[in-house]
Structures are given as structure tokens and as C-alpha cells.
Design a protein around this ligand. Structure first.
Ligand code: TMP
Length: 207
């Protein structure tokens, strides 16, 4: 059975501007009387935040399989502790990244078999799949200018890696066009949000 709440995720490569869009979306929904909950991945539980510290520490080199499993562990924890109860209580959950990031970064980016990553994602999230996903799509040059720092480990990755990740996200959107809305992120936040807001209004019956 579909849980009663509504689950929205924001995806894109580093520097896509997805976090700004999430914040604008949250304000729009809250201003329209909706009960919202904002989360980020990896993170948003005590254990998941500790896993985040490990994963994003530029001083630690990690094996791709261990990396995959740590992202999944952080996600399983977040779903069980926070997302499941929130959705079951009818809240609108907005999450900055979710399972598509693992498919795009660890699958398409690092080269771990995508079908296997999808199965493992299913294990971590169970029935709590996003109802709606905004993919904020930007080219590499735009993403570079938006990244404030290149200090965390992933953000120091190269151009080819981010191209694979970007193409991975676009493939996910082609596979699931009803769930994943691709938004051209090579514009100002206000211009991008017009499209995000339009879609939210339709899905959430906001006039
Ligand atoms: P953030 O910069 O959006 O907070 O994301 C943290 C980094 O973690 C970002 O470089 C993408 C990466 N990431 C993965 O590689 N796989 C995942 O499953 C998630 C959630 C994030």
C-alpha cells in the first residue's frame, strides 16, 4: 500500500544548485500550509551523519565497494528512523539526494554494475521510494563555478567522472519519466524555481 505522505527528492551533480531549489520548495510548501520535513543524504540521523563524516573526509581514501555500502547503510538508517515515520504520518519529506545519487555516482560514475546497485537500493529503501524527483541538470562548467570549495573528497574528482554521473542521472530520468523531472539548471535560481514551483503546484494541488 502507498504510504499517505509525499516524498520528494532533489538530485544533480555537485554544484547543480539542487540544495537552493530544495530550500525554495520547502518555503513554498510551508507557506501553503503543508507539513514539511527537510533531510539530506548522507546524513540526518546520528549514525548517518557519522557515516557522512567518513565518506566526505578528503583525507580518507576508500574502496568503491565499501563506499557503496556506507551510502546504503546511511540510507537504510535514515529510512527506518526518519523517513518511514514521517511519510506514514502524512508529512511531505524533501530530501537533498537519495537513492538516485547512489545509482549515478557509485553505479554509472564508479562503474559498479547498475542492476546490482538498484537491487541494493531497494533493500535500503523498501517501499519508501520517492514519489517525485527533481533532477537539476547542469553542465560541468556551470557546476564548477557554483562549487564554493573543492575540499571534500568527491568534489575533487575529475571532469570525466562528473560527465558519467551526469549521464547516469539523465539515464535514470529516461527510465522513469513519470517520477523524475529534468530541470535545466544552467539558469538563475529564480528562473529554475518557476519550473519547480509549477510542477509542485500541480502535484500537490496548490492553486
Ligand atoms: P552533497 O554535496 O549534495 O551534500 O553530497 C555529498 C556527496 O556525496 C556528493 O559529492 C555526492 C556524494 N554521494 C554519492 O556519491 N552517493 C550517494 O548515494 C549520495 C547520497 C551522495
Amino acid at each position: 500500500m502507498m504510504p499517505p505522505g509525499y516524498f520528494i527528492t532533489f538530485e544533480g551533480i555537485d554544484g547543480s544548485g539542487k540544495t537552493t531549489q530544495l530550500q525554495m520548495a520547502e518555503k513554498f510548501l510551508a507557506d501553503n500550509g503543508r507539513s514539511t520535513l527537510v533531510l539530506r543524504e548522507p546524513g540526518s540521523t546520528p549514525i548517518s551523519e557519522k557515516i557522512r563524516d567518513l565518506l566526505l573526509n578528503p583525507g580518507l581514501k576508500i574502496n568503491p565497494v565499501s563506499e557503496l555500502m556506507l551510502y546504503l547503510a546511511a540510507r537504510a538508517e535514515l529510512v527506518a528512523q526518519v523517513i518511514a515515520p514521517a511519510i506514514d504520518n502524512g508529512r511531505i519529506v524533501l530530501c537533498d539526494r537519495f537513492h538516485d545519487s547512489t545509482t549515478a555516482y557509485q553505479g554509472y560514475g564508479r562503474g559498479i554494475e547498475v542492476a546490482l546497485v538498484s537491487r541494493l537500493n531497494e533493500l535500503a529503501i523498501g517501499k519508501y521510494k520517492p514519489h517525485l524527483t527533481f533532477l537539476i541538470d547542469v553542465d560541468y562548467r556551470t557546476s564548477l563555478t557554483r562549487r564554493k570549495t573543492a575540499t571534500d573528497r568527491l568534489e575533487a574528482e575529475n571532469h570525466e567522472f562528473f560527465d558519467r554521473v551526469r549521464q547516469g542521472f539523465l539515464q535514470i530520468a529516461r527510465n522513469e519519466p513519470d517520477r523524475v523531472i529534468v530541470i535545466n539548471g544552467n539558469r538563475t535560481p529564480v528562473e529554475i524555481f518557476i519550473e519547480v514551483k509549477d510542477c509542485l503546484s500541480r502535484k500537490m494541488n496548490i492553486i
